[in-house]
Design a protein around this ligand. Structure first.
Ligand SMILES: Cc1ncc(COP(=O)(O)O)c(C=O)c1O
Length: 479
């Protein structure tokens, strides 16, 4: 049965590309988030599994209503979480990759895709000044990249064979060090890997939310005295809450001294290195044994495209390579042609993610992308200045990269500011005018704006603060 006839191909191409173009043209004019409630999207659809095919026109209309009921991460006033806009070239790259439908398990399975992935990984490595021996792989995102890094770190400490023979839990517990500001995916990875969350020792931060290196050292020394096995230290290059970069060079020194794997979670913040004004913050990044850097965050590539870079591929290969499955053995190929991603990560079937990274970096060029990253950083600083200058607000953390954390403070004497700001955030989110998320900073509920958006301008920042003031006024009137 043939699913493709010429007329259908032309119609689908015309209508789907029109839908995409329409979306890119209208994104800034839409509410950031549609008025919505759980079940509204499916309520408008036929919920029975279609036995017969549905007309294309109807399906395209339903896609339009899916767009209408979505939250638009590419809107110029979307500042929640870490979510950047997609680009037309990135969106079409996903289309091209799906048309080819290559499965990038290894060179034999996807020769072009494998070579492109090796190329873009080298490009991403060069951004953080890794040398040509560095390798890596694209992942579903930062969480997967962080988990692979922790697995490699643990296996290195135990010896690859030890863990294969079921000795994973034998001997003293392995310890991972991460600051109290580290992303939740670190504790989750430890949990999944069987290390347990208790084996992540949380290191205190200084008053700028950066890992305290003296506390790190003290904790490692204590753990050694207690007979534990320090294994890995995870630093952040751009924390998810406030966007600060840990003191990487100093942490690298401690990691070297105690023979720890040094992983840097730069899933969000590593592209900040492209801004010359911020480059100094990343000194020591190239000393890391592994670095997470997500193209789908601050390089404006559509989800999903994470990346784990590693300085030396050998411990990674020692962790993952297997000769247990006969059907994947590669026979009669040179080393390059025997290359397999299953030797470097968890997934076997893998999307052709490299295409959208390659097309995005090639079409815009690093200079333009760096300009957009710098502009995001300037806009976050601008927001910080406005907040500082205005008695309505209090800045809660220094603005280091592109995240601004603050709160609304013009309120009656006995007002619970945490509760008020939580209510403000909810109002702003449902208003459709702007979208902020939250963070806890020094025990306070903070409104958090993360700017990773090439559409945002200064007036969007001003409008967002105005939206917050309006929300606060409405809450006071309601009370
Ligand atoms: C610093 C940091 N690390 C890891 C992650 C997890 O990335 P992902 O959502 O791609 O799994 C995030 C997500 O925002 C992050 O900000």
């Amino acid at each position: 049965m043939d699913f493709i006839d010429e007329r259908a191909l032309d119609e689908i191409t015309a209508q789907a590309t029109q839908l995409v173009a329409e979306y890119f043209r209208t994104i800034a004019d839409r509410p950031v988030r549609a008025e919505n409630h759980a079940g509204k999207t499916t309520a408008a659809l036929d919920l029975d599994l279609p036995i017969e095919g549905v007309a294309l026109e109807r399906l395209m209309d339903e896609c339009r209503s899916v767009f209408d009921l979505s939250r638009h991460n590419g809107h110029p006033r979307f500042f929640g979480y870490v979510a950047s806009p997609s680009t037309p070239i990135g969106a079409y790259a996903d289309l091209v990759a799906s048309a080819l439908n290559a499965n990038i398990t290894c060179w034999r399975s996807g020769p072009a895709g494998t070579e492109l992935e090796q190329l873009v990984v080298r490009w991403l490595g060069s951004l953080i000044e890794y040398d040509a021996n560095a390798k890596g792989l694209l992942t579903s995102g930062g969480s997967m990249a962080n988990m692979i890094a922790l697995l490699v770190a643990s296996r290195r400490k135990l010896g690859a064979d030890a863990s294969r023979k079921g000795l994973w839990q034998s001997g003293p517990p392995l310890i991972v060090y991460a600051s109290e500001e580290a992303h939740m995916s670190i504790a989750k990875a430890a949990d999944i890997l069987g290390l347990g969350r208790d084996q992540v020792h949380v290191i205190a931060c200084d008053n700028r939310q950066r890992m305290r290196v003296d506390s790190l050292r003290q904790q490692i020394e204590k753990d050694l005295r207690d007979g534990l096995r320090p294994c890995c230290v995870v630093a952040s290059a751009g924390t998810v809450n406030t966007g600060v970069v840990d003191p990487l060079s100093e942490i690298a020194r401690v990691a070297g001294e105690f023979d720890l794997w040094f992983h840097v979670d730069g899933a969000y913040g590593a592209p900040g290195v492209l801004d010359q004004r911020k480059k100094h913050l990343f000194n020591g990044l190239s000393l890391a044994d592994s670095v997470s850097l997500d193209p789908h965050k601050w390089l404006y590539v559509p989800v999903d495209a994470g990346c784990l870079l590693f300085r030396d591929p050998n411990p990674v290969k020692a962790t993952f390579s297997t000769d247990e499955a006969d059907y994947i053995k590669v026979h009669g190929h040179s080393d390059d042609e025997a290359f397999a991603y299953w030797d470097y990560g968890i997934e076997l079937s893998r999307r052709f993610r490299a295409l959208k990274v390659w097309l995005t970096l090639s079409y815009y060029g690093v200079r333009r992308i760096a300009g957009a990253v710098s502009n995001d950083i300037s806009l976050a600083a601008y927001m910080g200045e406005l907040v500082t200058a205005d008695d309505d607000f209090e800045l809660l953390a220094p603005v280091e990269l592109s995240i601004c954390c603050f709160r609304y403070v013009r309120a009656g004497k006995n007002t619970d500011l945490d509760k008020l700001n939580e209510q403000i955030m909810s109002r702003v989110q449902t208003s459709g005018r702007a979208y902020l998320s939250n963070a806890t900073v020094n025990g306070h509920f903070a409104l958090r704006a993360c700017i990773t958006n090439f559409r945002t301008t200064k007036s969007d920042i001003e409008l967002t603060l105005e939206t917050i003031r309006d929300a606060a006024r409405e809450i006071n009137t309601d009370a």
